[in-house]
Design a protein around this ligand. Structure first.
Ligand code: 6PG
Length: 225
């Protein structure tokens, strides 16, 4: 990433952090607790770091993930580790982060317990921040996953997912649960993802490009080169 690219991606992260902080503050004026659902991966690190510096009553904010790799929280692959290291810090250190893993050996064995863990959170979320892969996946709704149809249609909050394109088993909020939010944001960067987004916007089949499942609601697209 060159200096200019880094600069515009930092600007994007700052703008998204501002929008999320405002959304949380707006909802906190109306309700005791609010919920923020975020995605992992590499894109959101700058966004997490800026959001953690925002002044708001973080002790009244629940945070959970859109999806998770079924790995130990100490693993470099863990989204929970990413959130604890970059978001639940600074002013946001008093937020209540609820991870999507349990001590079960597999997500299939853990999905019921994790569903219990997230049931009491302040649904509908104030905001869901989605990422997108170059295959058009979002959260862990992967086009090559045999559980995709289930994850797109289930009324269950969480689905265990296995997919040939990913090294670890995953657990993901279902599309239905990800829709239980007042605001949806898509945070992506780079020319490759711009091309994938353009292709996704030109069609309707979410099984081919699962990000399409979120074109049925207002979606704020935060993209930078
Ligand atoms: C994950 C994320 C996933 C991510 C996309 C984009 O667990 O990896 O939740 O859905 O948003 O894979 O990842 P990058 O930001 O690393 O491109």
């Amino acid at each position: 990433m060159n200096h200019h690219q880094n600069h515009v991606r930092q600007q994007l992260a700052d703008q998204l952090a501002e929008a999320i902080a405002e959304a949380l503050k707006t909802d906190l004026a109306e309700q005791e607790r609010v919920l923020l659902v975020i995605s992992g991966g590499s894109t959101p690190v700058m966004f997490f770091q800026t959001l953690s510096t925002k002044s708001l009553p973080w002790e009244r904010v629940d945070i959970t993930l859109a999806d998770e790799r079924w790995v130990d929280e100490q693993s470099s692959e863990s989204n929970a580790r990413l959130v604890r290291e970059h978001l639940v810090q600074d002013k946001a250190s008093s937020a209540r982060f609820v991870p999507l893993t349990s001590t079960a050996a597999t997500p299939e064995q853990g999905v019921a317990d994790v569903s219990d863990q997230i049931t009491f959170l302040a649904w509908p979320a104030s905001a869901v921040v989605l990422g997108m892969g170059s295959d058009g996946h979002t959260a862990s709704l992967f086009p090559d996953s045999r559980e995709l149809d289930l994850a797109l249609s289930s009324g269950e909050p969480l689905v265990a997912v296995r997919t040939p394109s990913q090294p670890q088993p995953r657990i993901t909020l279902s599309a239905d649960r990800l829709h239980q939010a007042r605001r949806h944001f898509l945070h992506i960067t780079g020319e490759d993802k711009r091309t994938v987004l353009a292709r996704a916007l030109a069609g309707d089949d979410a099984r081919k490009l699962p990000i399409r499942a979120f074109f049925s609601c207002p979606l704020a697209i935060y993209w930078a080169p």
